[in-house]
Design a protein around this ligand. Structure first.
Ligand code: SF4
Length: 215
């Protein structure tokens, strides 16, 4: 179903205000290579970026290539990433993903979203983070917990499923803005439109945000 002009205008206001208030918002994870960003993004699930950056400070010294991760022992990698939480699954995902990278792409990351999401443990969110932030490719909109919450509150979607939210955002936000929009929404979600206590009184979106679901 085609979206209305009003819905497009509303999204344009959100995009404009985010751009005004967070012009330089970027990724808070430390990385130098696409592979490092992939690993950091896997580690960031249910963990703060600050903690991930502490852990990867050491990790990236020891593991330089996909082959290094693929050959790592499960138990050793688990211990090295333990403080990020869910360390068993994360270690499994990193190793399996890097093994697949070696087998299919000679250890390099592909630059197509369809290829990335075929890798074990990689969903659209991680693929969009890597493509948008490491390669500058707008493959979609990153939908994490902040983007999902804010999109509903602001009336940009009525959906709860991240894939459907992403589809709604891709229809409303111009493609050239997809990458920056994701970063800016995450910044806004951390600073103003927090999960527990959104600060609507001081929010730059206050004049036009419908505040859906906000008490
Ligand atoms: S007005 Fe309130 S609900 Fe809307 S974006 Fe701002 S903080 Fe969030």
């Amino acid at each position: 179903m085609a979206i209305s002009q009003e819905a497009k205008r509303h999204a344009a206001r959100v995009v404009r205000q985010l751009g005004r208030h967070y012009p330089d918002a970027g990724c808070a994870l430390s990385f130098r290579t696409p592979l490092q960003l992939l690993v950091a993004t896997i580690l960031s699930a249910q963990c703060t970026d600050e903690r991930v950056n502490v852990v990867t400070g050491d990790l990236f010294q020891k593991y330089r290539t996909a082959a290094d991760y693929a050959r790592a022992s499960q138990s050793r990698l688990e211990q090295e990433i333990r403080s990020t939480g869910f360390f068993r699954n994360k270690a499994k995902s990193i190793r399996a993903c890097c093994q697949a990278l070696l087998e299919r792409y000679d250890g390099e990351l592909p630059r197509e979203i369809d290829a990335l999401v075929e890798l074990p443990g990689i969903g659209r969110k991680t693929a969009n983070v890597v493509l948008g932030t490491a390669f500058g490719i707008a493959s979609g909109v990153v939908v994490d917990t902040h983007v999902a919450r804010l999109s509903r509150r602001m009336g940009l979607t009525e959906n709860k499923d991240p894939n459907k939210i992403e589809r709604d955002l891709m229809e409303r936000v111009p493609k050239r803005q997809w990458v920056a929009f994701g970063h800016r929404m995450i910044h806004h979600g951390r600073r103003i439109c927090t999960a527990r206590r959104p600060r609507c009184d001081e929010c730059p979106m206050g004049d036009f945000c419908p505040r859906i679901g906000v008490a």
